[in-house]
Design a protein around this ligand. Sequence first.
Ligand SMILES: Nc1ncnc2c1ncn2[C@@H]1O[C@H](COP(=O)(O)OP(=O)(O)OP(=O)(O)O)[C@@H](O)[C@H]1O
Length: 804
Amino acid sequence: MATTYKIKIAARLRPPIPGELVDDGVQVERRDDGTSCVSVPNPRDLTQIFKFPITSCYDPAATQREIFENEVRPIIDIVYNGVTVTVFAYGVTSSGKTHTMQGSKAEPGIIPRAVEALFHKQSGLRRYRSELSVSYMEIYKDEVYDLLVNRENAPKLPVRENDRGQVFVANLTAIPMDSVADFEKIYSQASKNRSVASTNLNRASSRSHAILTVTVTLTDPAENKTLSGKLNLVDLAGSENNKMTGNDPSRMAESAAINKSLSTLGQVVHALNKGHSRIPYRNSKLTRLLQDALGGSSVGLLICNLAPGTKFRQDTLNTLNFAVHTKNIENKPVVNEKDNRPVPKPHFAALPAPPPKLAAAMLPISSSSSHGGRPSLVSAPASRPSSSSSNVSSRVPRPSVGGFGTASRLSQLMHPPAPSAPKTVTLTDKEIDERIARAVEAEVARRLAEHANERAREEATRREEEVAVRLAEELAKREAKRKGKAPEQHQESLPLNTLTPLMHRHEDANGDELKKRLEELEQKFEHSSREVQMVDVLSPVSRKRTGRAYVSLARSHSEKGNLQLALELYRKAETYVPDNIKLKERIIEVERAIESGRPFEPSPKRSKKGKVHKTKTSSHSSQTSITSNGSARPSLKGESTHTSLHDAYATVDDPSTSSRQEAAVSSGSSSIPLAPPSPPQPAGSNSPALPPSPARATRPIPAAAISIQYSRYQKTTAGSTATSASEVEGKENVRLDTLPDAEAEGLLHVGSPPKRQIDEMQGDVLETPPRHKKVAKVAPDDDEEGAESGAWEQWQLFEPGKRR
Ligand SMILES: Nc1ncnc2c1ncn2[C@@H]1O[C@H](COP(=O)(O)OP(=O)(O)OP(=O)(O)O)[C@@H](O)[C@H]1O
């Protein structure tokens, strides 16, 4: 936290000047406790006395020396610590401001005494090389003029602000001084350039605000650092009452400008006292240039000059009110230090080096680089941008001013101050904020970089996973393709997403490594317990189809008499449908046949209690089909009417003959082919019964087989296995996409019933999206046929837009 420094207030009551009415309207009171105050009668009630307690009050007897020694000299040392000090005199016209600041030869004021003190201080310096320079300007009618140049040649100087917020007067002359004598010559001539006019109240009334700046530049050769302190000595123009001053029109304009600037000064003080966020510094050149002294980074001293007498009573009250408000203003003085050593540009995130020793040893108050705090009152040569620390080198020579012995040393500053690379001694709030901001920036940059790397890693991982997914999908497609073409050559690939967890464990692998790894795993997968693993990854439907394919293959080999191979194929089929009891019986039968060396004759199927339904048989030669709802219907002409028991089983066992699609009833010698049991029709449905497939109704099937078929059909339609009757019935005509996934798993989309029927007869199960809706897929039952057919499919004609 930077140390704050309140503006010091002093009040000086001048003695009556010749011809002035003497009264006791304004009094300075000194108390025994050392405090003092200024008492002023209330102009509206003279019995009422206003008392303004001010620490430093000087009565008319106070001397110039006394005021300087008490108020100014103590802060001269601060200037040598690289701090800006501003002393300004404020008061009504003819109150003695100029007398206090400038004085006379007999009674030199603060300015000459201060400069003399500065030189005196300089002479005592041993360690540092020091330089003093002076600049002098006036603000006349709100324009800035250089008082160190010929008045006729003096242009209006612009007030500017550099990138560090420092206000300066461009092109203001700064003249180096080697001695008090140099200053006296410069100052005496410059004072002649100041606008002065005679008024009723003051023979030599200042018509402008004058600001004299002495810049002290200290260079430490050992450290190669520069301190730049300034002493701003401001003689303000006095507020004027035009009635009292008797100003003519030209003076009136001056007076208006003076009063306006002083009014702005009062507004600035008021805003500072109220803590306003916006201080109207820019409303006048005066306040803009005093910005550093009012709430800025300089040490301030305000000397309130008071004129005695009743006629100045109101002005005195105004001045004292201004003083009371100003004394509450807090400045935050900073040390203006410049490190001249060439240093590598630090990383923006790096914090500045520790405070240098130079000013820290000299100044107890807080300090700052030239970056911090308010800018100096006027442009300071020492703070000018330069590769050199010398003020002289930064100046541009100006034409000599007539009458000055130091004319050859006149120069003009042509360039505004620019950033240097100062080092701080201690930290101001602003510097702390800046450092925090830099640290935050660095941290944000670090985190952004970290996040970017993380995103890159995530993106790489995501791409690898996509590759893995695509590979897995491709493998799954190939697997499905192989299955569809040649079940006996079934080569299982890794199913989709099987390797995804592996990919997470190999996030660092690149695409090629990933692919290679996948292929290795695929090979490994294919060559070790392939079927067992496939069972784990295939869906129930796929398992049944695969099992059915093996059964079909086994069947063909058993018919050829190759029982050993048939047995192996049946066992493979069992892998996929391990719960199929019929298949287990078939395996036992084949094993026994192999062991006995007898030809294989499959045992007839058993009817299951409660599942065998009496099939309707025709006692005559007419052919009857069992419809999906169990009713008989006439069979189609041309269907086969004879088959053996073995053939009947063959029809049942062999998926190629699609036992789902037909069953034949044979009774005695007569064999009545049956149409395949049609899927059950929903109650009230007008859907036609499925026509039998002529191609499939070529094999006669014994009655026992019919019973089995029909019982399976009944079981399917009754939902006696995995899907309950109520579930199946309750889901009729329910849109698939409205069902939960688990339930949807048991439903298949099918084509329109007739085409579906025909396609199934041809052994081609449709997987295409339906125009009509769903079929309840029933889980495999204990029948061997469940492995073949994947169970009966129950279809329902779904009319779009018609929902239950
Ligand atoms: N302390 C003092 N002792 C003796 N004479 C003084 C003192 N103060 C002021 N005076 C005299 O009073 C007159 C007016 O003083 P001065 O010019 O300094 O007033 P000012 O405030 O600067 O007026 P303005 O604002 O018009 O310039 C001068 O003649 C000055 O010599």
